[in-house]
Design a protein around this ligand. Structure first.
Ligand code: ATP
Length: 472
């Protein structure tokens, strides 16, 4: 793979996508701030997800639940007991690592023989070769306190996964929205985990965003019609297949290269405490190969049964037609906003030979960020050929007609070749050049990022033109 992570990290900072958080104070590890373009890109990822999961369906509704939740939620969910990673510490340098990650790395070394199982005792500290401690379980939940009076504060937790808010609202939503099974609830929001090691830029952070959808089904598998009219078997494994297909297609339709994506099923000893079956979508990263980007999980009736038991609220569903009673099972789709954003950046980052005009020929390599149009932070750049007043005036008039629908950027500095290059680098699909002829013929030149084809389009027809081209 041509791109490496260091290149993306420095590109993301230089071009206003992602900055280290609290940087002027030396930074806070694994915390990042999304700059003007990163915030647009990330919002577009979330918008695309909500559109496909909620807006374009009749059977899934949205939710925005609270981040703070009482301790009992995490007792019921099983996270206080089981949401931990195996921590090892170097006895010399005291650096901490995840034992499972060290084992994985060892097994990926050239010459490793699969038949010889490796134990953490065979591994030394990757930083100083020191001896490692035995693994200890380290809980990932982040605790906080609520209230003003010392000694009377209530313990609360920042949510470790967004889906718990969905389970707590299952009854509210079923009743207020008159939902019948099968139906889903989707939400996008922050989650917090006290990760032991935080590496690889925004791939693993302590504060991150998830896009999760929980689909409530009848475990006894009657035939159900899916939203698009296709008849699919209603067994949990049928819904797993259905949702796996939906999620993979979402990434492919947004332009991720097929060869960089694959499925991996979790082995039974690797699954989370709630999962009956679990599959990951993995991406072939330049930092250690295939890594989890998203998951589809069969959570059985674990979540609703446990919350029913701890809250003493009955979670039984009664089928209106058959009278059948059951606690719904859940098929979960779980995607990371930040990991998806990183994947879109990695996949789109392309270096090409100089192509932006003779005056810039000294640049041998140019960067084109080939983001899907729906994800591109800026859709249209408006570039007056000169800084002369009539061109500026017309360019700004054109911009103000387009910006109610699309993110635009006005740029009048530097040669036109340089300005094209700047826009290619941030993935802008269309550059619109206003020249002296525009004052007469009331037309502008529109340049396509990928084909570099140029078309003369009438100013009055621009809205229709972009409506068709951008379709978002
Ligand atoms: P990992 O094994 O990499 O720690 P996980 O299996 O714990 O991930 P899930 O609990 O299944 O992850 O979370 C669902 C999704 O949330 C992940 O597929 C990923 O996209 C995202 N995610 C999880 N942890 C983080 C994190 N620390 N930083 C950024 N995104 C994360």
């Amino acid at each position: 793979m041509a791109v490496n992570l260091e290149k993306i990290v420095s590109f993301a900072k230089r071009r206003g996508f992602i900055f280290p958080s609290s940087e002027i104070y030396g930074g806070l590890s694994a915390s990042y701030d999304f700059g003007p373009l990163g915030m647009e890109l990330k919002n577009n990822v979330k918008k695309a997800w909500l559109k496909s999961m909620v807006q374009n369906r009749n059977d899934v509704v949205g939710l925005d639940s609270a981040i703070l939740m009482p301790r009992i939620v995490w007792e019921a969910s099983g996270h206080l007991q089981s949401f931990h990673d195996p921590l090892v510490e170097c006895k010399s340098c005291h650096h901490r690592f995840r034992a499972d990650h060290l084992l994985e790395a060892k097994q990926a070394e050239p010459g490793y023989i699969k038949e010889e199982p490796v134990s953490i005792k065979d591994i030394n500290c990757p930083d100083c070769e020191g001896e490692l401690s035995a693994p200890k379980n380290f809980n990932l939940l982040m605790k906080t306190e609520l209230g003003a009076v010392e000694g009377e504060k209530d313990e609360a937790y920042l949510r470790g996964e967004t889906c718990q808010g969905i389970y707590l609202n299952y009854l509210n939503i079923k009743e207020s929205m008159r939902q019948k099974i099968p139906f889903g609830i989707a939400q996008v929001g922050k989650a917090f985990r006290n990760e032991i090691t935080t590496k690889n830029f925004i791939f693993r952070m302590r504060e991150f965003e998830q896009m999760e959808q929980q689909y409530f089904i009848n475990p006894n598998g009657c035939y159900n019609l899916s939203f698009d009219g296709r008849k699919i078997g209603g067994k949990p494994e049928d819904w797993m297949n259905y949702w796996r297909e939906q999620r993979m297609n979402w990434y492919l339709n947004l332009g991720i290269k097929q060869e960089n994506l694959r499925w991996r099923q979790h082995a039974s000893d690797e699954r989370a405490h709630y999962a009956k079956d679990a599959w990951d979508i993995e991406y072939n990263t330049p930092f250690g190969g295939w890594k989890e980007m998203a998951g589809v999980h069969n959570r059985g009736d674990w979540d609703l049964s446990r919350h029913g038991e701890y809250s003493k609220v009955d979670m039984t569903y009664t089928d209106q037609e058959s009278g059948e009673k059951f606690v719904p099972w859940i098929i979960e789709t779980s995607d990371g906003v930040d990991r998806a954003t990183l994947m879109f950046l990695l996949d789109a980052y392309t270096e090409v030979e100089a192509r932006s005009g003779e005056e810039d020929a000294k640049h041998n390599v140019e960067v084109v960020l080939k983001l899907h149009k729906n994800l591109a932070p800026i859709k249209i750049a408006i570039l007056p050929l000169s800084k002369k007043e009539p061109l500026q005036k017309l360019s700004k008039e054109i911009q103000s007609r387009l910006w109610s629908k699309w993110m635009t950027q006005y740029d009048e500095t530097g040669s036109i070749g340089k300005r094209y290059r700047r826009q290619d680098e941030i993935g802008t699909p269309y550059c619109l050049t206003v020249d002296f002829d525009s004052l007469e013929d009331k037309k502008v030149t529109v340049r396509d990022r990928d084909t570099m084809e140029q078309e003369r389009i009438s100013i009055d027809g621009l809205e229709n033109y972009f409506q068709e081209k951008l379709n978002c």
